[in-house]
Design a protein around this ligand. Structure first.
Ligand SMILES: CC(C)(COP(=O)(O)OP(=O)(O)OC[C@H]1O[C@@H](n2cnc3c(N)ncnc32)[C@H](O)[C@@H]1OP(=O)(O)O)[C@@H](O)C(=O)NCCC(=O)NCCS
Length: 229
């Protein structure tokens, strides 16, 4: 199964998911890549990483863009070139939801899934993370573990993965070296049923407030953060 799903996070923010089950050779012949992307792809060690990268390009095509419309700044943060014009978009045709005038894009891939999230106004950061036991071992290093109290083991795993995703997502918006996950990004208490929450970034004598929403996709957690208006 290639295209997996679509989530309308808000009227101006949409996320798209690709499940990388195709052979790498098929993906390579289907996608037109610019020279710098071909070079980057060649340098990737794992098949999983290559598939994740190509899955992102498939999603770009799905919403009417191509690899040629995407560029990275010096920090590795992705952007769509301002003059990029959307070609016919499968999503626009299918959902009656044309996603035009995209201003921001955020990308994440994890194991067999790739995701892109696009916004027509506010800044966004996303993270897609597989739910794995390992997160419990590192949780004390990145979060306030009192937020995991009174939960079953399964709930703790999910919540710790969400909190990790929140911090990655906010980092991707702010994108400043020196930000520490445990010291500078802190979530207010929330429950798994809330499906959303609030977190603060306290850094360089500034306090910024962010909203986040989270979703479970198979055994993955997807988090999307935006600055609070
Ligand atoms: C950059 C970073 C956020 C990427 O996250 P990740 O979980 O490793 O990988 P993801 O799949 O979620 O995201 C990768 C995508 O993020 C995007 N990205 C990379 N650097 C970025 C940056 N500086 N800002 C925003 N987005 C960035 C890219 O699109 C990349 O995918 P692509 O290159 O294939 O297009 C992460 O590696 C990082 O550097 N974090 C530093 C924060 C930190 O201090 N962590 C440890 C604290 S305890």
């Amino acid at each position: 199964m290639p295209f997996h799903s679509f989530i309308e996070i808000s009227p101006s923010i949409s996320a798209f998911f690709w499940k990388n089950s195709e052979a790498i050779e098929d993906l390579c012949t289907e996608i037109l890549l610019k020279e710098s992307s071909i070079e980057r792809l060649k340098g990737m060690q794992s098949i999983e990483h290559k598939k994740g990268f190509l899955g992102v390009r498939k999603l770009l095509e799905h919403i009417g863009y191509t690899d040629f419309d995407l560029f990275y700044d010096q920090t590795g943060k992705p952007h769509l070139i301002p003059e990029a014009k959307q070609k016919s978009s499968v999503e626009a045709i299918k959902t009656n939801h044309p996603i035009v005038d995209i201003k921001h894009i955020s990308i994440s891939h994890s194991h067999e899934f790739s995701s892109i999230c696009v916004s027509t106004d506010e800044k966004i950061g996303v993270d897609l993370e597989k739910i794995k036991d390992r997160v419990m071992r590192i949780a004390p290093r990145f979060m306030d573990i009192s937020h995991l109290e009174n939960l079953t083991q399964e709930e703790q795993l999910k919540k710790a993965t969400i909190v990790w995703g929140v911090k990655e997502a906010i980092f991707k918006i702010k994108n400043e070296t020196g930000i520490s996950f445990p010291r500078h990004i802190n979530e207010l208490p929330f429950t798994l049923n809330d499906k959303e929450g609030t977190a603060f970034l306290t850094y360089n004598n500034h306090k910024e407030c962010y909203c986040f929403k989270f979703y479970e996709i198979e055994n993955f957690i997807f988090v999307c953060a935006t600055p609070k208006k």
